[in-house]
Write a protein that binds this ligand. Structure first.
Ligand code: GTP
Ligand code: SAM
Ligand code: SF4
Ligand code: SF4
Length: 328
């Protein structure tokens, strides 16, 4: 949560900040970034002390891959102190899981209760291809370590036509067997990826749901975690499945979030260009009410929503800015 309830120009209360601690990543998922992507020079990236100044109530740490940022353990330890002192309500992260085995225990000791781990396939070879060189065993080990440390794990799987459309049941069964929640995500046209690839891979989640319903009875359960997912319960297994459908079921009217990039830009919408540069004030040591004022002014300009859309042979609203920069 941000310091006070913050209302934007459309009457939405914005209470949730997602922070990208790095744009760097140890993987190169082909739907997220190009193989030869250029990352920001390190001196443009906010220091972890500057990030600590934000004073938010609910923090999701993301990236790029948050666990590859040097010193990230110290950052989580500092955030853990805020958590114990009651200055922070929730501390969590979204990760590709490759480095989770090494960090899980200390994350739990810092007060992290749950992690979202991105896993789009269960097949080692396909995983290596999709991420360009990732080793799936590292992710499995990361998930096991997280659970052994007492963390709840939610899997995030992109729904990608022609890539993992043959694995929807396998992912669902794996999640059930490993006591993980599972969320499917629609592909957004973010990053410097050709429109043709997007059109080939976009798979609306209504189709994924219909596919699941050939085997399972899905009951809408109305659960709201404060995030964009609509959840169902699988009648046969009791497991929970979420659908994040920014294209086919746009959730912008209830949007409660803004994002801070690792450079200190506050993006008030994932799918629009407008941002406010908070780096000068963070670098100048501004905090408390003065910083909140800057954030409020930015939020007042939050746009209504994204303009993404897939036509028969064109893509609308494409953002060249990558998810790793804005923070997925
Ligand atoms: N368009 C859009 N997509 C979002 C937004 N927030 C999350 N997403 C998508 O949902 C994916 C999963 O987000 P997570 O990091 O797991 O967070 P979450 O689903 O909000 O988290 P919880 O519900 O707290 O578990 C992101 O990578 C994005 O693809 C948003 O505000 N707008
Ligand atoms: C950008 S990553 C950052 C955190 C971490 N590296 C990870 O992969 O979980 C966060 C999430 O964004 C999702 N993502 C990346 N590109 C996307 C796109 N074009 N559309 C929708 N989600 C995307 C990923 O699948 C991942 O679940
Ligand atoms: S989705 Fe996450 S793991 Fe994959 S390239 Fe993007 S930032 Fe890295
Ligand atoms: S696209 Fe923008 S307005 Fe819509 S839910 Fe995402 S961040 Fe909010």
């Amino acid at each position: 949560m941000l310091p006070d309830p913050l209302c934007d120009g459309f009457g939405r209360d914005v209470r949730y900040l997602r922070v990208s601690v790095t744009d760097r990543c140890d993987l190169r998922c082909s739907y997220c970034m190009k193989e030869d992507v250029t990352f920001l020079p390190r001196n443009q990236v906010l220091s972890l002390e500057e990030l600590d100044r934000l004073g938010v109530r609910k923090l999701r740490v993301t990236g790029g891959e948050p666990l590859v940022r040097r010193g990230i353990g110290t950052f989580f330890a500092a955030m853990g102190t805020h958590l114990r002192a009651g200055r922070l309500d929730e501390l969590t992260l979204t990760t590709n899981g490759t480095q989770l085995a090494a960090h899980a225990q200390s994350l739990a000791e810092c007060g992290v209760k749950r992690v979202n781990v991105s896993l789009d396939t269960l097949q080692a070879e396909k995983y290596a291809r999709l991420t360009r060189f990732g080793r799936i065993e590292q992710v499995f080990a990361g998930i096991a370590a997280a659970q052994a440390a007492g963390l709840r794990v939610k899997l995030n799987a992109m729904a990608l036509k022609g890539v993992n459309d043959d694995e929807i049941f396998a992912l669902t069964d794996w999640a059930a067997a490993h006591h993980c929640d599972l969320t499917f995500i629609e592909l957004m046209p973010m990053g410097d990826i050709p429109a043709g690839t997007r059109l080939d891979q976009f798979w609306p989640l209504d189709d994924v749901r219909a596919h699941l319903e050939t085997r399972f009875r899905l009951i809408d359960n109305g659960l709201n975690t404060g995030g964009p997912a609509r959840y169902v319960t699988v009648a046969q297994t009791g497991q929970r499945i979420g659908f994040i459908s920014p294209l086919s079921h746009n959730f912008c009217t209830s949007c409660n979030r803004v994002r801070l990039t690792c450079k200190g830009e506050l993006y008030t919408c994932l799918g629009q260009e407008g941002s406010s540069d908070l780096r000068p004030v963070l670098r100048a040591g501004v905090e408390g009410e003065a910083l909140a004022r800057e954030i409020r002014a930015a939020i007042a300009r939050k746009p209504a929503g994204h303009a993404f859309g897939y036509g028969p042979c064109s893509v609308a609203g494409q953002m060249v800015r990558g998810m790793n920069h804005t923070g997925g």
